[in-house]
Design a protein around this ligand. Structure first.
Ligand SMILES: Nc1nc2c(c(=O)[nH]1)N[C@H]1C(S)=C(S)[C@@H](COP(=O)(O)O)O[C@H]1N2
Ligand SMILES: [Mo]
Length: 362
């Protein structure tokens, strides 16, 4: 792991580790925290469901397991700050971690559907007159990075919460969640920025408006390039929700030395929201020519798509590029320079890797 910060703990796997498997092993899965990792006693833990509900619920883990049907979903979690390093290369972004391509990972999550819990609480699609209604998630970890310091939280629109896609998960890749990934229970909001997949969940509130938590109302918002992030207040910029189309080259690594000739290029692409990855192109020569990569197994829109192809590299230095297309025929933007923003979110320009090809001795 590449550790960006020890406290709060923020670390990402190397490209090589991330590219090994379609499902990311739990000890390889990236870790994104804004405060200390709480250790909660699963037996004492309770989930409070309140707000615009018909019935207030107070659920133990045992209640969740016994009273609801268990579902699982294979979903990629991706931080809005993934690939920020490409934006920092354009202009500095003080106070934010320089995530490379690894602030994203994929697991199979199991637990109950948020929709089923809300239905039990008597929540319907017309709760709070629906227009603008949100379902807020609260956690106990207090972040000193928030202004003022506060426990972590966020929210999603009621329509997404009732979709059946959103899981309250207690297991990851077939084993109970580890503390760092949100034990005993976390939210998994597939296709949405990782910030909404609240860990150590202890309260769900149905309300008329989005959460006023700092991490919903101030952070994780896309500010225009000229904005001063230190004076940005609640509601400034665009709230980030569904993930934008993105991809990364995982192998060869940037700055790698390879032998000239046929070289395998591999990576991931993720369309975000409910969109699908439709095509990935790779250029061996900084965009002069492109080849279409082979797409790996399709696990549905909530999971990334692995891709690979072979390119013929002459001896010398060359720049590999990739670009993904989604099912709406939208493609990734070419240049990070146009995407720079003061908090360094949504860094989804074409990934590039410079490789040094040594002459083949054959
Ligand atoms: N309670 C809590 N939930 C949280 C966070 C946090 O700091 N506290 N970080 C969020 C962010 S920004 C991301 S990207 C994901 C990361 O999940 P992971 O650490 O399991 O990879 O968790 C989200 N849920
Ligand atoms: Mo994140």
């Amino acid at each position: 792991m590449l550790v960006h910060e020890a406290e709060p703990f923020n670390a990402e796997p190397t490209s090589a580790a991330l590219g090994t498997n379609f499902l990311t092993a739990t000890d390889t899965f990236y870790s994104r925290n804004h405060g200390p990792i709480p250790t909660l006693d699963p037996a004492a833990w309770r989930l409070d469901v309140d707000g615009l509900v018909g019935t207030h619920l107070w659920l133990s883990l045992k209640d969740l397991r016994e009273q609801f049907t268990e579902y699982s979903i294979t979903a990629t979690v991706q931080c809005a700050g993934n690939r920020r390093a490409a934006l920092i290369a354009v202009r500095e972004i003080p106070g934010e971690d320089p995530w490379r391509d690894g602030a994203t990972s994929t697991a199979t999550w199991a637990g109950v559907r948020l929709a089923d819990v809300l239905a039990r609480a008597g929540v319907t699609a017309t709760a709070g007159d629906a227009q603008g209604a949100h379902v807020a998630f609260d956690a106990p970890d207090v972040s000193q990075l928030a202004e003022p310091p506060q426990a972590y939280g966020g929210s999603i629109p009621l329509s997404k919460a009732l979709s059946g896609e959103v899981l309250l998960a207690w297991s990851m890749n077939g084993v109970p969640l580890t503390p760092v990934h949100g034990a005993p229970l976390r939210v998994i909001v597939p296709g949405w920025i990782g910030a909404r997949s609240v860990k150590w969940l202890n309260r769900i509130t149905v309300q008329h408006t989005p959460s006023e938590n700092y991490f919903q109302s101030v952070a994780y918002r896309l500010l225009p390039p000229e904005a001063d992030p230190d004076s940005a207040g609640p509601g400034d910029g665009l709230s980030l929700g569904p993930i934008a189309l993105n991809s990364a080259i995982l192998s060869p690594a940037n700055d790698a030395t390879v032998v000239a000739g046929l070289v395998q290029v591999r990576g991931y692409a993720f369309a975000g929201d409910a969109r699908a990855v439709a095509r990935v192109d790779v250029s061996p020569d900084e965009g002069n020519t492109w080849v279409q990569a082979d797409l790996g197994e399709d696990h549905g829109p909530w999971a990334w798509r692995m891709w690979s192809t072979e390119v013929n590299l002459p001896a010398g230095d060359c720049v590999l590029l990739a670009r993904a297309w989604d099912g709406t025929a939208a493609a990734q933007p070419s240049d990070a320079a146009h995407l720079w923003n003061p908090k360094g979110y949504v860094s989804n320009a074409w990934p590039r890797a410079t490789v040094h090809a040594t002459p083949s001795t054959m």
